[in-house]
Ligand binder design. Structure first.
Ligand code: NI
Ligand code: MN
Length: 232
C-alpha cells in the first residue's frame, strides 16, 4: 500500500492511494488550478475519483464543478457546498457536517472543526468550514485546511497522525508561529506546509519554518515545491 501526496500549489492536494486491499483511488482536495499562479497543471489535466472541498472560498472551490463533471468524481464536503455544486450539474455528492464522517471505498473521511469562514463565490451560504481526517488502511492523514490554530487540535492529534498538512500563509489562516503551536498540539509524525507563496500577502520562508519545526517540535517537516510529492 502506498499513499502519495502531490502539492498542486496553494491548498490543492492530490492524494493517490494504491492498495491491493482497498484498490486505487485518487482524491483531490480543494481544487484551485486554472487561476492559481503556482499550480503546475490545469484543471483539465487532473484526474480524480473523489473531490474533497473544505469550504466555500474561491481558492478552494474554483475548479470543483468542472473537474467533477468531467471525471464523474464524487464530491465530499459539507451539505451547503454539496447542494451548491449539485445545482451546477455535479451528479455525485456526499454531504456531511462537522464531526461527521463516512466510510468510502478508500477508507474513512471525517470533517473536522476549522475556525474560518465559508461564503461561496456567488454569495451563497457555504456552511461551516472544515478540515479533513482521513483514515486509509490504518494511516491517519489530517488536513487542517483554512483555519486558525485552536487548542482542540490536541484531540485530533490523539488519533496518532502519520501526517498533518497545515496552512502557514498567515493573514487568511494561521501563520508560521501559530503553526508551530499547532504541531505541538497535533504531534504528527510528519508535517507539511500549505496555503502559502501563492501571492505576495501569504509569502513565507519555508526553510525558516522547517528549521523551527525541527527545533521546537517532534515532527519531521516535509517541504515540497508545487508538483512535488510526499510518500506516506
Ligand atoms: Ni478560505
Ligand atoms: Mn484559502
Amino acid at each position: 500500500m502506498a499513499i502519495e501526496l502531490t502539492w498542486l500549489g496553494h491548498a490543492t492536494w492530490l492524494i493517490d492511494v494504491k492498495s491491493t486491499r482497498v484498490g486505487n483511488h485518487r482524491l483531490l482536495l480543494d481544487p484551485f488550478l486554472d487561476d492559481s499562479p503556482t499550480a503546475p497543471i490545469k484543471s483539465d489535466a487532473v484526474q480524480a475519483d473523489f473531490i474533497l472541498i473544505s469550504h466555500g472560498h474561491f481558492d478552494h472551490v474554483a475548479d470543483a464543478a468542472k473537474i467533477a463533471k468531467r471525471t464523474g468524481a464524487m464530491v465530499i464536503s459539507n451539505y451547503e457546498i454539496c447542494e451548491w455544486l449539485a445545482k451546477q450539474g455535479v451528479e455525485k455528492t456526499h454531504p456531511h457536517n462537522l464531526g461527521g464522517g463516512s466510510n468510502q471505498p478508500f477508507g474513512r473521511v471525517q470533517l473536522t472543526l476549522a475556525h474560518h469562514s465559508s461564503m461561496l463565490p456567488d454569495g451563497s451560504n457555504g456552511g461551516s468550514a472544515s478540515g479533513f481526517l482521513l483514515t486509509i488502511e490504518g494511516k491517519k492523514l489530517y488536513f487542517a485546511c483554512d483555519t486558525a490554530m485552536f487548542y482542540d487540535m490536541k484531540l485530533i492529534g490523539e488519533h496518532g497522525l502519520d501526517v498533518a498538512v497545515l496552512p502557514i500563509g498567515d493573514q487568511f489562516t494561521m501563520g508560521p508561529a501559530d503553526s508551530i503551536r499547532a504541531i505541538q498540539l497535533l504531534a504528527p509524525a510528519r508535517v507539511v506546509p500549505s496555503h502559502y507563496d501563492t501571492w505576495p500577502p501569504i509569502h513565507q520562508d519555508a526553510a525558516a519554518w522547517s528549521a523551527r519545526v525541527e527545533g521546537e517540535t517532534d515532527a519531521e517537516p516535509c517541504v515540497v515545491a508545487p508538483g512535488g510529492k510526499i510518500t506516506i
